[in-house]
Ligand binder design. Structure first.
Ligand code: UDP
Length: 323
């Protein structure tokens, strides 16, 4: 059956990779990308020449349309602490307001997919974190606009599922990196890579012993594809998606340094409420998505990201977004 699909945040880092995957679908009749270009960029989908795709520059929370969609994928939100901390109200509006508004554009019986985050676990007291772990989030802390708006949107969707049978799919993405991250994104991998290529000084906050599980974007988008639009999956989420190889921030910085002779690490004061660790329990993902695995190690993924950033910087940030 031909499907009309809407994706919010389709010009963003993860969203634009998902657009590429959606356009491979034979049953896709029409794909509407809704993006306000706050953190996303037209360049990320500039390589697409598919007449099924249209871009609407609009906020997810106020986008209006006469038509209704068979599937909606809601990804509109900054994901970098630097960006969401700068505009907390806008972050909350994009997530919660975006979900509320986009739900009204879903045709009855349609599917609503949401990209939530490992940030719902806050600074976790258990490792790895299974989906059943309820987390340790500070609702008045500096990360709360992002963490709590993702949590609240999860609440909205699962409650709508309970009261009206809404078909939902919710994933919790762990630290994702790769080509099409903004040069000024501010997250660890993109910062380290762009710093190595420009100033040669990599900024590590604190002693760098805090750890994350670094997921290369292609692996993560493989998981999203399997979960969001394959039928026959009974579990609606939340579902962890990420790479479960946990590596300290300073080890990531050292690896990036090894790619550029002469580059070095400088330590800066720790960031307030920076989570000390993060690692997905992928038991559920492996059961629900047979064959899926995040196979790209950080060494290979960072090399690919490095090459992409190198081309971007050489081309003044305007080289092709294709990876
Ligand atoms: N980080 C760092 N230097 C940077 C950017 C980030 O040391 O230039 C650290 C940050 O303090 C955190 C980790 O890297 O401990 C991951 O940060 P990121 O912003 O990528 O993601 P999040 O904190 O949301 O997991």
């Amino acid at each position: 059956m031909p499907r009309n699909v809407l994706i919010s945040g389709g010009c963003g880092f993860v969203g634009s990779h998902l657009v590429d995957r959606l356009l491979r679908r034979d049953d896709l009749q029409k794909l509407v990308v809704v993006d306000n270009l706050w953190t996303g960029s037209r360049d990320n989908i500039a390589h697409v020449a598919d007449p099924r795709l249209s871009l609407r520059i609009a906020d997810a929370e106020s986008f209006a349309a006469d038509e209704r969609f068979d599937e909606i994928l809601h990804l509109a939100s900054p994901a970098s602490p630097v960006w969401y901390m700068r505009e907390p109200a806008r972050t909350i509006r994009a997530n919660i307001g975006g979900a509320l508004n986009l739900l009204s554009l879903l045709r009855p019986g349609g599917r609503f997919c949401f990209a939530s985050t490992s940030e719902v676990y806050g600074d976790p007291m258990v490792s790895p974190q299974p989906e059943s772990y309820r987390g340790a989030v500070d609702c008045t802390g500096p990360r709360s606009s992002y963490d709590e708006s993702k949590r609240c949107t999860e609440a909205l969707l699962f409650e709508e599922q309970r009261v009206s049978g809404l078909d939902v799919r919710v994933v919790r993405l762990f630290n994702t990196y790769g080509p099409r991250t903004r040069i000024d994104d501010g997250r660890a991998v993109s910062n380290f890579v762009s710093q190595a290529l420009t100033t040669g000084v990599l900024t590590v906050y604190g002693d760098g012993s805090q750890s994350r599980s670094w997921g290369y974007v292609d692996d993560i988008v493989d998981g999203l594809e399997r979960f969001f639009w394959r039928d026959g999956i009974e579990h609606k989420g939340p579902l962890n998606l990420g790479n479960n190889r946990e590596i300290s921030v300073v080890d990531i910085a050292k690896f990036v340094c090894s790619l550029v002779p002469g580059s070095r690490i400088e330590h800066y004061p720790p960031v307030p409420q920076d989570p000390t660790n993060r690692c997905p329990d992928l038991t559920l993902a492996k059961r629900l998505l047979p064959g899926w695995e995040a196979t790209t190690g950080y060494e290979e993924g960072i090399l690919r990201t490095f090459e992409w950033f190198r081309r971007q910087i050489a081309g003044g940030g305007k080289s092709a977004a294709t990876s």
